[in-house]
Design a protein around this ligand. Sequence first.
Ligand SMILES: [Ca+2]
Ligand SMILES: [Ca+2]
Ligand SMILES: [Ca+2]
Ligand SMILES: [Ca+2]
Length: 452
Amino acid sequence: MANSSLHFRILNIFLYNKRYSYYILFIFVLGSLVCDYQINAIDETNTNDIFPISLSEKLNQNNDSRIINYPNSNITNLTNNNEDSIYGQIEAFENYVYVVWQESVTKSLPEHNYDIFFIKSEDQGKTFGMPINLSNNTEFSEHPQITVSKNGLFIIWGDTVNPNNKEIMFTKSLDNGKTFSKAINISNNSKNSYNQEISASDEKVYVVWRESDQNIADGNDSIMFKSSIDGGNTFNNSIELINNTNDAFPKIKSYGNYVYIVSNNENKKNSGLFFVKSSDKGNNFDEIIKLSDESRSGESQIAVNQNEVLVVSSGFLLKNISNIYYVKSNDNGSTFTDPKTISEKTIDYNNAKEHNKFEEFINNPLNVEVTNNNLSYLVWQDTTIPSQNQDILLLLNNQTDTNNTKLFNLSNNRSISECPSIAISNNNIYVIWEDFILGNHEILFANIPLEI
Ligand SMILES: [Ca+2]
Ligand SMILES: [Ca+2]
Ligand SMILES: [Ca+2]
Ligand SMILES: [Ca+2]
């Protein structure tokens, strides 16, 4: 899952500078085509003649099979309301599909309150139940993250107690999302605690976040870690894993007793992608390893299975990385390969024509997500040139036959499609993202059979 800094910044401007919000929005419009489309974009059914045709559509019309426009009829709008529904995250376990997101609750006071909502399917995404409001408070609730193990369903989000103090809230469900425990504050300090992520391995639950002290100059943020070894009933004390960071998006995954954390650091004194691991449930951590330099690392994601650890990275709003990179470990994160591009993996590098064609689709990748320990299923948000639209691309990377590798445009519309999240279970690939449809954001859901 991904924390996109785009919404983070816009929503905070709305929250704390209400008087000037329209003026600031105007500056955003001037400064960014992305935001321009975010404000003006409407459902493509009304805009056939307004927007230029995207490259993906052009190539599709030219019978180029490299990219496939996924049918809009197979997409479900999970929210479908007039509220601002954003930052969805998805998990799947057996036949269950779980989705969390952040949504404005304009009926309650104060104005600009957001809450965290949860919805589930028990039939592999065919039908979904009624949403549950997990936060249901007056604080600004944002950026939910979800993880599932056989021991439960674990969810965190951020609550803004005051402009200089965000906190990380935690709740769990032991009955497949029917009921949830009372939310507890697991950061619980006076600093700004945010960009949270969560991972569970059986009864072990791990949380990582970025922490800023308003009294200390920019570039001195910390990456914090907190663990529970009893299914989230109690948590150990927070540990500072990495210090002197800037613009960090820490990510976490666990397997057995191993815990893996990766984070970008944009602090010029020591920038790049960094990795640190524990082999004993987060009690002790090894030395920090640098995985790649600044030019090949932005926001990352991590996936693990047995002894394999895979890290992929793309850019983020304030940092343009024009490719998707990955590094891999086959020894529980002790050593890693050098960074390679996804297209090096996908297409025979000697086949320059095919290679270049593939690279055309990777323009300004954001929010890349990976589901397992190989590169079979990758989803990200990218700019479709020349329309400057944002779409959700899904790469199904056939590991043994690159001729059967497929690239889908899941959103394939003229509105800004962003912040994808992916999960796999029981021969289904589930992807959600947010889209600006008919004047407000919605969480859209695609269910793609594995054998497609
Ligand atoms: Ca909505
Ligand atoms: Ca709230
Ligand atoms: Ca805090
Ligand atoms: Ca789009």
